[in-house]
Design a protein around this ligand. Structure first.
Ligand SMILES: Cc1cc2nc3c(=O)[nH]c(=O)nc-3n(C[C@H](O)[C@H](O)[C@H](O)COP(=O)(O)O)c2cc1C
Length: 409
């Protein structure tokens, strides 16, 4: 996104940090006229291992280099001008942390019990489809990383590998994200399959309405890719989903879309009756819809705009958290995803009332760059940074993080 003059964006921040030493150097004494950045400069070693990376965002260019243009485009794309993708990240810059002193920080604990399971940190891996496009081991490598870091995995309906194999690689039940399709027989079969594999929640995505979204970045990237896409994909719509692992063995001949055209509360009721365990919805961005979903029996909500991939609302998902939290009144957990790139972002989301946060693209950057160890490093960076800001802000446990710890500038 072209940043408005003077506007604070994540990228301008980084560029500014790189420029600063040169400016300081130029202001120094005559013998120090050589910019500081050059006097002390060393060529950084080539990146060969994930632990050389110090920031989740550093995985992005590595993934871009590792991937063919069209697969990169699929991962990066938003819709229209990708402005909501950028907003999701930049919005965190407007929240400031109010750090408190005089707190006993002898024991710092980032753990939280979520839906009856103790998580070492309030981070889960959100649904990202077709991960074999990023690495041959796809979701299996992500699941192994999740197992190593005891992290909850939400598996996409469009996963390259089926829920049974991914659950085995994870060594614990997944949450199954659900694209219900427009054929309820298929909906029911997907739910039963996930339940049989032990999924502890079905997560209905409610923000995927368009069969052909205006994903310009993907389409431009496809033009730059000289491989023949149809060698692997029938086409670039839901047809490529019907061939996916979760749909195998199902009669998908009547499926024309990922979601029913009337995804109303009546549909939610029908699904509620079908799902035996927990039902959550993903893609809520207003208090009104949160209240409706709650009234129709959901067990959890995910505040999400799909990482800016489905709609160009210009509304960052973090900005939607307060009204959803207010509507839910603590009755069910509220999760949020979109643009979370730092431990401090997690802290801010929790301070605004989120139970935990989901990570989308960064897991795929780690995967594309290094496979399983890359995903592990991405998770470690989030968790290390979260622990650091918890200590600095005077919040030894997640329960200590309150709305009083955050301020919207
Ligand atoms: C390549 C890709 C595929 C995705 N596939 C799905 C999906 O199948 N189902 C779903 O509900 N969300 C899907 N998402 C959205 C993520 O679950 C999540 O909402 C979003 O990526 C969070 O934003 P972030 O990428 O900025 O972290 C996908 C996101 C990406 C980047």
């Amino acid at each position: 996104m072209p940043a408005a003059k003077g506007a604070l964006t994540r990228r301008s921040f980084i560029a500014g940090a790189a420029l600063a030493p040169a400016l300081w150097g130029a202001r120094g004494r005559a013998e120090e006229a050589v910019p500081v950045s050059q006097r002390f400069a060393r060529t950084p070693p080539p990146v060969t291992a994930p632990d050389q990376l110090l920031d989740v965002m550093e995985f992005e260019p590595l993934a871009r280099t590792a991937l063919p243009p069209a697969h990169w485009g699929y991962l990066a794309t938003g819709v229209d001008g990708d402005l909501t993708v950028a907003r999701n990240m930049d919005a965190f810059l407007h929240y400031q942390i109010r750090a408190r002193r005089f707190v006993d920080l002898t024991h710092l604990d980032t753990a939280r019990t979520v839906l009856g399971v103790r998580w070492p940190s309030p981070v889960y891996l959100s649904a990202v489809s077709s991960q074999r496009a990023f690495h041959p081991e796809g979701e299996l490598a992500v699941a192994r990383a999740a197992r190593e870091r005891a992290t909850q995995l939400m598996l996409s309906t469009g996963s390259s590998f089926a829920v049974e194999a991914v659950t085995q690689a994870r060594g614990a039940p997944v949450w199954q994200q659900l694209y219900a399709t427009d054929d309820f027989t298929v909906t029911e079969a997907l739910v039963r399959r996930a339940e049989k594999a032990g999924a502890t929640a079905i997560v209905l995505t409610v923000d995927a309405k368009e069969v052909r979204r205006n994903n310009e970045t993907l389409r431009r990237a496809m033009l730059a890719d000289n491989r023949t896409c149809t060698a692997c994909h029938v086409d670039n719509t839901h047809d490529m989903w019907r061939g996916r692992a979760m749909f195998q063995g199902l009669d998908t001949s009547r499926v024309t879309a990922l979601s029913p055209p009337a995804l109303t509360t009546q549909f939610l009721d029908r699904l509620r009756e079908t799902v035996k365990g927990r039902l959550m919805v993903k893609g809520i961005v207003t208090g009104e819809d949160a209240a409706l979903a709650l009234a129709h029996g959901v067990d959890g909500l995910v505040v999400s705009n799909h990482g800016g991939r489905n709609e160009e609302t210009l509304r960052a998902s973090i900005d939607c958290v307060p009204e959803v939290v207010a509507a839910v009144k603590g009755k069910v957990p509220v999760f949020v995803d979109g643009g979370i790139r730092r431990g401090a972002d997690i802290f801010k989301a929790l301070a605004l009332g989120a139970t935990a946060v989901g990570i989308g693209r960064p897991q795929a950057w780690g995967l594309a760059a290094f496979g399983q160890p890359g995903v592990e490093r991405v998770l470690d960076l989030y968790n290390t940074e979260l622990a650091a800001i918890m200590r600095q802000a005077g919040t030894p446990t997640l329960a200590d993080i309150t709305p009083a710890h955050v301020l919207r500038a």
